[in-house]
Design a protein around this ligand. Structure first.
Ligand SMILES: Nc1ncnc2c1ncn2[C@@H]1O[C@H](COP(=O)(O)OP(=O)(O)OP(=O)(O)O)[C@@H](O)[C@H]1O
Ligand SMILES: [Mg+2]
Length: 383
């Protein structure tokens, strides 16, 4: 039997890796802490996952997450004690087997070759019929960040989301993570008491329905928006674990999740960047912004954030009179530049003052240069 399966062993306790490794001798095996699954799962794309349950992490959610990304993945769970509730829940989430260690180590050793054989057969038959298997696309999370205030994160994130919604068939959700002060609601003149904080009490069973109940819809594009509580006291109670769960559920239910971040680097901001498929760093053409960007880069490194392949630059407010031009900015930047947005004071003034969105219908002829630049970007992404 060929051994061309990819195996993932997930455990937050590394001592399990040595114990479980002999089960997969000869197979391509990767080891991960369950917390790293959201970031690494796509890259590894395992056929079989052995997941060690510990009380710290949410095993059920991790399984749901993996199965939602790849319905063909087979998952077995290892627990430290008999736990019928867990057994029921992981089975419902899609796990195919459950072992209690150390008691069932021998059983696990005896069963594993059989399990892998089945996984391999399944994989083969799926490959043969793959044309008819529908694979749900993985929702993309795009986070917009800059360590410098007022650089255009909110304006770009919001206009990007709205344009994407207007000019494609994608389901798009815009999330305002400026928990303390908000911002998106003023941009779109939305007056609502509902916010993403309303979802925190139901985080354990969070589903699509809950999210739709709390979102607002921008009337022109029908873009769904999860507003910020815009309240310091409530903001303090929003945890990074909640934001991680929220983003994962959103990813499963939308094609694009656009996240507008505050400049402050805290656990919530960090989480929204870690969960993101792309981080767009908005940089304006002036020395203070470059200096702040360099500091942010050092901070990302210190925090152990993986920015490779994920972080891209947006140069904003570029014009003839800018202190720096894109080629000058390139000298300070090692990340790819996703796009360049023009300085557009005239075009933005009236909509911003009136609290009107920059876009109202698809393919409008007369839109401000700022919105044109974003439109060009969106078209490049979806075609
Ligand atoms: N391309 C542009 N041309 C002209 N003005 C711009 C442009 N981009 C941003 N601005 C101006 O900068 C202001 C701040 O933008 P925005 O609120 O999007 O920044 P931010 O990075 O989200 O700020 P904060 O750090 O406060 O969240 C806008 O209200 C607008 O007046
Ligand atoms: Mg902002």
């Amino acid at each position: 039997m060929s051994k061309d399966l990819k195996i993932l062993v997930a455990s937050s306790d590394p001592s399990y890796f040595a114990q479980l490794d002999p089960l997969f001798a000869g197979y391509a095996t990767e080891r991960l802490a369950p917390d790293d699954i959201p970031v690494e799962f796509d890259r590894i794309s395992p056929d079989f996952v052995l997941m060690v349950h510990s009380d710290k992490e949410n095993t059920v959610e991790a399984i749901q997450y993996m199965v939602s990304l790849n319905p063909q993945v087979r998952v077995a769970v290892v627990a430290r004690s008999q736990n019928f509730e867990l057994l029921r829940e992981v089975t419902r989430a899609g796990a195919i087997d459950f072992f209690v260690l150390p008691e069932e180590m021998t059983l696990l050793h005896n069963r594993m070759p059989l399990i892998l054989q089945q996984v391999e057969q399944l994989k083969k038959s799926e490959q043969e019929t793959s044309a008819s298997v529908f694979k749900k696309g993985r929702g993309q999370i795009y986070s917009f960040y800059s360590a410098k205030g007022g650089s255009g994160k909110t304006l770009i994130a919001a206009n990007f989301a709205q344009t994407l919604k207007l000019e494609s068939t994608a389901n798009v959700l815009l999330i305002d993570l400026n928990l303390q002060y908000g911002g998106i609601e003023t941009l779109f003149s939305i007056d609502s008491a509902r916010s993403l904080a309303d979802l925190q009490p139901v985080v354990e069973e969070l589903n699509e329905g809950h999210i739709h109940n709390v979102t607002e819809r921008e009337p022109h594009s029908q873009l769904e928006i999860l507003l910020s509580p815009a309240d310091g006291e409530i903001a303090e109670k929003v945890t990074d674990q909640f934001i991680a769960s929220l983003l994962r559920v959103c990813r499963r239910n939308f094609d694009f999740v656009i996240v507008d971040l505050p400049t402050e680097m805290n656990a919530v901001t960090y989480t929204a960047m870690e969960e993101a498929d792309r981080i767009f760093y908005v940089l304006t053409p002036d020395t203070p912004s470059i200096r702040t960007f360099k500091k942010a880069e050092t901070l990302f490194f210190r925090l152990g954030m993986n920015t490779n392949e994920r972080l891209r630059m947006i140069y904003n407010r570029i014009g003839n009179h800018s202190e720096l031009q894109p080629k000058d900015m390139d000298e300070f930047v090692s990340y790819p530049v996703e796009m360049v947005v023009r300085q557009d004071i005239k075009g933005l003034q009236s909509p911003l003052n009136k609290g009107e969105p920059l876009r109202k219908t698809a393919n409008e002829k007369k839109i401000p240069p700022f919105a044109k630049d974003i439109q060009k970007w969106v078209h490049g992404l979806i075609t």
